[in-house]
Ligand binder design. Sequence first.
Ligand SMILES: [Zn+2]
Length: 220
Amino acid sequence: MTREVVYNKYEIELLELIDYAIDFFRKGMEMGEVPKDFFDTFSKKYEFIKENVTRFANERYDIVEFFEIKKSEASKLYYDDTCLHCKFHSSFRPIGNAVGAMGFTFYLFNCPKCNKNFLAQNPFDMHENLAWVEHEIIRISKEDAHGNSIKNSKNHTPEQFENLIKGYLEFKEEVRKLDEGLAANKVEEERDIQQLIPLIAELKGLKIMVEEQQKNDEIN
Ligand SMILES: [Zn+2]
């Protein structure tokens, strides 16, 4: 994994500046221009900051990676579903995706039995799927003028409906936790960035000063 994936641009800039500054003062110390005490304190302080930046970035990355895997289940190649045309139930490999009911996006499958294409029963996006299941619960619970509903029809048992609700509530809780975790991660990153900005400014000032000095030395 590349540096750009794990660190944000503030962290990358700070890590580079720290390496630059430590290197600059080390050379100064070796030439006898910088006291050893100063170098030791300076490098200790910034090596510690570097360690923290690295640790925070990696922790953040682990969280994002965990949630991304959960969210997309990208590694999954086959999905259990039922062909809408011939009711063939199997594991299908998506051949693409398409916008379907409610404007949601569904996987598109090709049925090997009847050779027709059909959309998955549920949209693949987590939030769309949650809204989809909610819609389904309302649809089958809705009573007509006689008090009849799909849920109460002879094709459905009360147990089926209970399982649907149970699954829905578990899924809703999982989505809530994922959203909350990602939001908290984002807030933490913002807070970290606010602490990095003054450090970046300080070291950037040093670098500019050194470069100006080197330019002047070259001219003279
Ligand atoms: Zn089929």
